[in-house]
Design a protein around this ligand. Structure first.
Ligand code: BT5
Length: 279
């Protein structure tokens, strides 16, 4: 650098310290999840890597974690913003004893665990937006990407991917997210301990997953419903070949979203994007 070059201090906000996994493991109270952590400073996508591990026979409960993702994925090819050393990006390998038709229950179970973990860290109410978002004040705090690989009669494995905005300042978000996303730091005004949140999340997932395996989704449904943010709201649902408009009534025992059409008929939706409408 010559004397006339501009100073090389990049105008980026301070970043946090790397995750201390020993701290997470130390007091982790979980039976099946978090048996092993595969930790990366940077990775393309934790879901993609977990899938490779699962194909090679990785055990249930192994977790892939990264400090940043170059190609963090949302649903339907969307992007998940994954800046370094601020948030949590993890994928858990599950091998549930489930029929393929019940695989979406993993997302619902994870939403219960995630919303309950979040509730322990913030004073405001966190809501589930069916099927896979956690919102606070209508802004997205976390998202779930569940990818199931099935053989005809059963689920072979599920990759449960979770992204949570922890210490992600609004000003570091890309422009298009600033009005629509939030983070634990944004909501609490403090730097949130990522190890504590991760430990809590794995424990809550471990318990909810145990309950799902033992008794199915029905006993978890009231907890899901308690955080359902769209009850009674008029919504538009975009399916691949159809658009449905109606009022969100809740979820069916199998985890499908129940919509009441304008003519009073009830319809079950198993997958799709829900867009809240004004009236
Ligand atoms: C999701 O998809 O919400 C699922 C996100 C799952 C991310 C995790 S991170 C660990 C694991 N490995 C992966 O590769 N993925 C999982 P979807 O419902 O399709 O929402 C995607 C939309 O959320 C984007 O189109 C943006 O509008 C918005 N978005 C992107 N990044 C965000 C962020 N960091 N915070 C809040 N909103 C975001």
């Amino acid at each position: 650098m010559s004397a006339s070059d501009p100073p090389s201090i990049a105008p980026v906000a301070a970043q946090g310290a790397p995750l201390d996994l020993a701290l997470v493991r130390e007091r982790l109270d979980a039976k099946r999840l978090g048996t092993r952590f595969h930790y990366f400073t940077e990775i393309s996508s934790t879901n993609s890597h977990a899938r490779e591990l699962a194909e090679k026979g990785a055990a249930e409960g192994e977790v892939v974690l990264a400090e940043s993702q170059s190609h963090g994925r949302g649903r339907l090819g969307r992007r998940w913003e994954s800046p370094p050393l601020a948030n949590l990006y993890l994928s858990v390998i599950l091998r549930p004893k489930l029929a393929p038709v019940h695989a979406p229950q993993i997302t619902l179970m994870a939403a219960v665990a995630l919303v309950e973990s979040v509730a322990a860290f913030i004073a405001r109410k966190a809501a589930i937006k069916w099927p896979n978002d956690i919102l606070v004040n209508g802004k997205k705090l976390a998202g779930i990407l569940t990818e199931a690989v099935c053989v005809p009669e059963r689920v072979e494995y599920v990759i449960l991917g979770i992204g949570v905005n922890v210490n992600y300042p609004i000003e570091r978000m890309p422009e298009e997210l600033r009005q629509r996303a939030t983070s634990l730091m944004d909501l609490t005004g403090i730097d949130v301990n990522r190890e504590s949140f991760l430990r809590r999340l794995i424990q809550d997932l471990d318990r909810c997953y145990g309950e799902l395996e033992q008794s199915g989704f029905e006993p978890l449904a009231p907890r899901w419903e308690a955080h359902f943010g769209l009850r009674g709201q008029r919504v538009r649902i975009e399916l691949l070949e159809q658009v449905i408009v109606g009022r969100a009534r809740g979820i069916a025992p199998d985890g499908a979203l129940v919509i009441e059409g304008d003519d009073g008929t009830l319809q079950k939706i198993v997958a799709g994007d829900v867009i809240p409408l004004e009236t």
